[in-house]
Ligand binder design. Structure first.
Ligand SMILES: NC(=O)c1ccc[n+]([C@@H]2O[C@H](COP(=O)([O-])OP(=O)(O)OC[C@H]3O[C@@H](n4cnc5c(N)ncnc54)[C@H](O)[C@@H]3O)[C@@H](O)[C@H]2O)c1
Length: 451
């Protein structure tokens, strides 16, 4: 299920467990801890009715809808203060506040889960969405790590929050370039809570002995089904029909679709997700499926999928679905030239990575009618946009702003993976992977006692 994205050797256990160790598995407060907790309670009592101003030092997102937590801790003149933050709706849930504060680790500024304030190995997690929290908590019951959950994505602006941590977990839009990583000399492990690691500078990690882990194959079904959902929604004009229905406009003009049965679908990249998509279309819809991959999947061939060159797949397909990873070879594999090779009116689906597609060229293709439909769950410039609410802002991305005006385009914000089943698998896999790394393998119970 897991893959080591770098081939780096493991650091020694002592090095790894520079992450702090706990001497006893149950949570025991030492005198300093008790003092800190009491100070925290006092601070809560002192501040509970006050309203401080300033942006959220917790996630720095400046987003009024941010739900990373309702409280922030601040170090003011050596005294811990908890203050209300306007970016968190101006609400302090005292009960939760107390729990979180008394539970918080020394680094402050973030919501901490697990056996807190303990000497347990600490993992800082960036880009933790609200919907992930319950799954992380549930998964961590088994591992007992001290989790520092942050809503904000890792950037140059907040990289200081990760200083001192040896283990860090991120999502697809966190910035783990050399510029960021070079500011984290203590970092030894990056656990990406996703399949793609293209946001991590793997060469730098290899050079510095930072192990990079990702979650592979956690739920290819989810992404495959989303790709098919986009195909059907585009083909049968579901979005427009629903929009009209809301206005009681039941005119069917423009809503003519086509049968999926018998159509030729080209799958580019027939790994786990591509293969699952191919089988849904082949067996569920009776499509003819052709594929391009640098490595042929023999099981698919047995099922009736035929492989062809990229040029032929482009030329013969009514629908093209992209499932190759982003690499130097696949970047902009859909471009002005390859679009010209495609059938007029082709449907293009991208649930893989935005940079597989030259979006400017695709927009041109849509404008001329050469591309008949576009379904995209990923976008080449998604980093500053996706996973956050930008409604009410002046959108600077003219390309995406233009695309979403087109009736034959559906954009979803990198949510193909997002099912309950995926979340359970991602969080469990990530934490178990970190746990294994910390404890260098061996039976679970033995490892547990090492903590
Ligand atoms: N939208 C989402 O929510 C979401 C979620 C998970 C994964 N993804 C994307 O889906 C991609 C595929 O995931 P997967 O689990 O199927 O990966 P995988 O590794 O199982 O499959 C990738 C396939 O692409 C092939 N490939 C590699 N280079 C190629 C090239 N130059 N041309 C054609 N094919 C090539 C590989 O041989 C392999 O068969 C991931 O890399 C990720 O970018 C998106």
């Amino acid at each position: 299920m897991f893959k080591t994205a770098t081939g780096t050797g493991d650091p020694s256990p002592a090095e790894r467990l520079g992450l702090r160790k706990e001497s006893h598995p149950t949570h025991q407060q030492n005198p300093r801890e008790q003092q800190r907790v009491q100070a925290g309670k006092d601070a809560i009592n002192f501040n509970s009715a006050s309203t401080s101003s300033g942006w959220c030092s917790n996630c720095e997102c400046k987003d009024s809808r941010c739900s990373s937590s309702t409280e922030v801790e601040k170090q003011t003149g050596g005294q811990r203060v908890i203050h209300e933050d306007p970016s968190h709706k101006g609400v302090i849930h005292l009960q939760q506040l107390r729990q979180n504060f008394t539970a918080a680790g020394d680094e402050g500024g973030a919501c901490t889960e697990g056996q807190r304030g303990s000497q347990r190995p600490r993992l800082i997690l960036f880009s933790v969405a609200q919907y992930e929290r319950q799954h992380l908590k549930a998964a961590n019951k088994k591992f007992g790590l001290e989790l520092v959950l942050r809503h904000d994505r890792l950037t140059d602006r907040n990289v200081h929050k990760a200083k001192g941590f040896r283990a860090l977990s991120c999502f697809v839009d966190d910035d783990l370039s050399e510029k960021i990583l070079s500011q984290l000399p203590e970092l030894r492990l990056i656990a990406v809570r996703a399949t793609g690691t293209d946001n991590v500078d793997l060469n730098y990690c290899k050079k510095k002995g930072i192990k990079v882990l990702n979650v592979q194959g956690y739920n290819p079904t989810a992404i495959a089904e989303h790709a098919v959902a986009l195909m059907l929604a585009l083909n049968r004009h579901v979005a427009q029909a629903h929009q009209r229905a809301r206005e009681f406009d039941f005119d069917l003009k423009g809503n003519v679709g086509f049968n999926m049965k018998g159509k030729t679908v080209g799958i580019i990249g027939t790994g786990q997700i591509g293969a699952e998509t191919a089988l849904i279309l082949l067996k569920g819809f009776g499509c003819k499926v052709i594929a391009y991959d640098i490595k042929q999947n023999e099981n698919l061939v047995k099922e009736g999928v035929s492989y062809a060159s990229l040029e032929d797949v482009c030329a013969q397909s009514d629908i093209i679905s992209l499932h190759a990873p982003l690499t130097q070879q696949t970047k902009y594999m859909v471009n002005a030239e390859s679009i010209q090779r495609m059938k007029k009116g082709v449907m293009l689906i991208n649930t893989s990575r935005g940079q597989l597609v030259d979006t400017h060229a695709v927009l041109e293709g849509l404008k001329t009618g050469h591309i008949g439909y576009l379904g995209m769950d990923v976008y080449e410039n998604e980093k500053k946009l996706f996973f956050r609410n930008h409604s009410g802002e002046i959108i600077q991305d003219d390309l995406l702003a233009r695309l979403v005006t087109l009736p034959n385009v559906i954009v979803t914000g990198h949510q193909a993976f997002l099912t309950e089943e995926s979340l359970v698998a991602i969080e469990q896999t990530t934490l178990s992977q970190v746990y294994d790394w910390l404890n260098e393998g061996g039976p679970g119970e033995k490892r547990k006692s090492k903590l």
